[in-house]
Design a protein around this ligand. Sequence first.
Ligand SMILES: NC(=O)c1ccc[n+]([C@@H]2O[C@H](COP(=O)([O-])OP(=O)(O)OC[C@H]3O[C@@H](n4cnc5c(N)ncnc54)[C@H](OP(=O)(O)O)[C@@H]3O)[C@@H](O)[C@H]2O)c1
Length: 244
Amino acid sequence: MLERERVLSPILGELHARLDEAERNGSNRGRPFVTLAYAQSLDGSIAGRGRRPLSLSGPSSLQLTHELRAAHDAILVGIGTVLSDDPQLTVRLVPGSDPQPIVVDSRLRLPDASHLMESGRGTWLAVASDASEQDEARARARGVEVLRTPALDNGWVDLDPLVASLGERGVSHLLVEGGARILTSFLTARLVDYVVVTVAPQFVGGVPALGENELSPFPRLRSWHSERVGDDLVLAGDLSWSDP
Ligand SMILES: NC(=O)c1ccc[n+]([C@@H]2O[C@H](COP(=O)([O-])OP(=O)(O)OC[C@H]3O[C@@H](n4cnc5c(N)ncnc54)[C@H](OP(=O)(O)O)[C@@H]3O)[C@@H](O)[C@H]2O)c1
């Protein structure tokens, strides 16, 4: 059983420094500082075939992930991740406070029997502006807060106004944990400031971290750091869209 001990890691030290800096310069950005974090295999898979959940992170990198969560005000995932993994999105492996959970869920599909619905943590659901009012009332009755957000042409939540509205609600540091469609959309919308990727030394041949949606120019990590954490490699750095 893992103990709730503080993890000492140069990567975490760097991240805390970036978050502090972002706090000082917050008004320049006009939205929260966004960190993208996920675990992948050597071939870039984040899930197994058919979106089967995988435990890619070893025990030590899982603790590091919980430290990442504890460093952010809020944690966001897509409804696809909730439906396949039923995550708790807590910091149960380390000391600290649980971040505010947020699910991007255009059509209010969050199941009544999910950890997030049952936890009583007042999950925020980002739904499309035309989502059913009946479903909204049902979710509110279960203690969920519904954030109606403008919809894109395909009916999905428009992330730009959503992230801006999270800033207005007092979120300074937002951690985005996936899954694949959410990672792709945050990168496509250029809403990412910092990236932390855990690479597990194995091949999977499953669902790639990003959907086929070529980014232009290719965003790359700037002044990045790497660290071996248990049996995994963790890479972290600022994301830059300018050519090298
Ligand atoms: N290895 C890791 O670190 C990690 C972390 C998280 C998840 N995962 C894996 O990722 C898989 C889930 O990924 P996924 O791609 O199926 O689901 P996802 O990215 O978690 O959620 C995608 C869904 O969110 C909703 N959505 C609303 N607005 C959106 C927007 N602007 N952009 C993107 N999505 C939007 C859509 O559903 P509606 O149309 O219903 O709103 C969409 O299908 C699972 O297999 C899970 O195990 C892995």
